[in-house]
Design a protein around this ligand. Structure first.
Ligand code: 13P
Length: 263
């Protein structure tokens, strides 16, 4: 029997000072207290101490937006896994398309960061996704297959990994992948993982959709069988909108929803 617990994560990106972040999670806490999924906020590094304190004792988990692959050393501006762990950070986004686009992140650095995060005990949310140009050129599967293979090279156990499928053309554009398009692409990613890691691991792997998911369109996306959650940008900055998405009860079972979905 294979189960996947839905996971909704907010990616605040470079929004919210620590003070603003604390106000946001304080507003969020009562709204999501009865969530049927895992709830994560991935906050700017400097917000981590204050947000960690504000969410203590709640069901909101803490995530970072990046982590360096070295345990320590001369890497000006970077943050190590142990620095994150000291504040109770559990998840870390790795290889977001904005990191790939603006900060030279490659499949190789994604791979190094993912391995380092796993070794340290963090749970990586590994982002993959094609650009509009790649989709229009019919290269979506080729790109995703490469990002998955190279990003997860050398890893054997997917237990603590989440993949976020974020088509670059849908991020911050208001243009969402249709639910069928998102589901079939995520299914392709799952099949790719089955080819590398075996069916059991692929069936247990949680894969989120990200890209203009909001309080108006989440229902259709979340109702798709292969979509195990969302990585939410803009809509995660508003407590009421994020809470609306979080409260979606995927199976209508009224408890932490565990789902069986076999390839
Ligand atoms: P938006 O929800 O703002 O499109 O951002 C998606 C995203 O990049 C989450 O990581």
């Amino acid at each position: 029997m294979v189960y996947r617990t839905p996971i909704i994560a907010g990616n605040w990106k470079m929004n919210n000072t620590a003070r603003e972040g604390v106000a946001l999670v304080n507003a969020l806490k009562p709204l999501v207290a009865d969530a049927k999924c895992e709830v994560v906020v991935c906050v700017p590094a400097i917000d981590i101490p204050a947000v960690a304190e504000a969410i203590a004792g709640s069901n909101i988990k803490l995530g970072a937006q990046n982590v360096h692959y070295a345990p320590k050393g001369a890497y000006t501006g970077e943050i190590s896994a142990s620095m994150l762990l000291e504040y109770g950070v559990e998840y870390v986004i790795i290889g977001h398309s904005e990191r790939r686009q603006y900060f030279g992140e490659t499949d190789e650095t994604v791979n190094k960061r993912t391995i380092a995060a796993l070794r340290a005990g963090l749970k990586p949310i590994v982002c993959v996704g094609e650009t509009l140009e790649e989709r229009e050129a019919g290269k979506t599967e080729e790109v995703l297959s490469r990002q998955v293979r190279e990003g997860l090279a050398g890893i054997e156990d997917l237990t603590n990994i989440v993949i976020a499928y974020e088509p670059v053309w849908a991020i911050g554009t208001g243009r969402t992948a249709s639910c069928e398009q998102a589901n079939s692409t995520i299914r392709f990613i799952r099949r790719t993982c089955a080819g590398i890691f075996g069916k059991d691991q692929a069936n247990a792997l949680r894969i989120q959709y990200g890209g203009s998911m909001n309080a108006d369109n989440y229902r259709l996306l979340m109702s798709m069988p292969d979509i195990d959650g969302g990585l939410i940008g803009g809509a995660s900055l508003k407590a009421a909108d994020f809470a609306t998405i979080v409260k979606y009860d995927k199976g209508g079972m009224g408890g932490m929803k565990l789902r069986k979905e076999l390839l």
